[in-house]
Design a protein around this ligand. Structure first.
Ligand code: SF4
Ligand code: SF4
Length: 177
């Protein structure tokens, strides 16, 4: 996974069907309306503090069919899902939803950042997104605090059945055993 690749684009990288595939997905329907005005980037609170995160560029890459580049880009994961871009886009492009669609595709292909994979693994195994350190559990006891509620990973596995990202993680787990 890399920051948005700034190498010149090669024709062989372009998947002309990609934008149409995205346009059929929930949230991606209005992708083709984007005329690159830049409002989404100028109003994005994350772009304000990042030298690399530009929602307009993400939308442009998706329109151009730069599938591998955009799915591999680490900046895709910086979106805070605040929906400011969606609210302000003069063309009605659901920018935040397009980014969600792209993230889902990246996750299905195993291209999610390691931190999300670790969180998902913890969720599937303990019911908590973060493994709670033993030290903290003991400290609670010494402070007279009640034990933390037990996580229910079985129910989580059941309710998330069909989510490819998690299925891939389960497969990886089995492979490692
Ligand atoms: S605000 Fe809308 S039209 Fe303008 S660049 Fe962003 S997505 Fe495209
Ligand atoms: S939803 Fe994401 S891309 Fe849109 S304004 Fe918020 S942080 Fe930026």
């Amino acid at each position: 996974m890399t920051e948005t690749n700034k190498e010149p684009i090669k024709a062989s990288e372009i998947d002309p069907k990609f934008k149409y595939e995205l346009s059929k997905m929930h949230g991606g329907e209005k992708l083709l309306r984007c005329f690159q005005c830049g409002t989404c980037t100028s109003d994005c609170p994350v772009a304000r503090f990042s030298d690399t995160y530009r929602p307009r560029t993400i939308i442009h890459m998706a329109q151009l069919g730069l599938k591998e580049r955009v799915l591999n880009s680490s900046t895709l994961w910086l979106c805070a899902a605040c929906f400011t871009c969606t609210d302000r886009c003069p063309q009605g492009v659901e920018v935040a939803s397009v980014i969600r669609v792209l993230r889902n595709l990246a996750a299905e292909k195993g291209m999610a950042p390691i931190v999300f994979k670790e969180q998902a693994t913890s969720l599937l195994n303990s019911g908590y997104a973060y493994k709670i350190p033993e030290l903290r559990i003991k400290k609670r006891e010494t402070q007279g605090l009640p034990p933390l509620p037990k996580g229910n990973p079985e129910n989580i596995r059941k309710s998330l059945r069909g989510v490819k990202f998690l299925e891939n993680i389960e497969k990886e787990e089995k492979h490692e055993q």
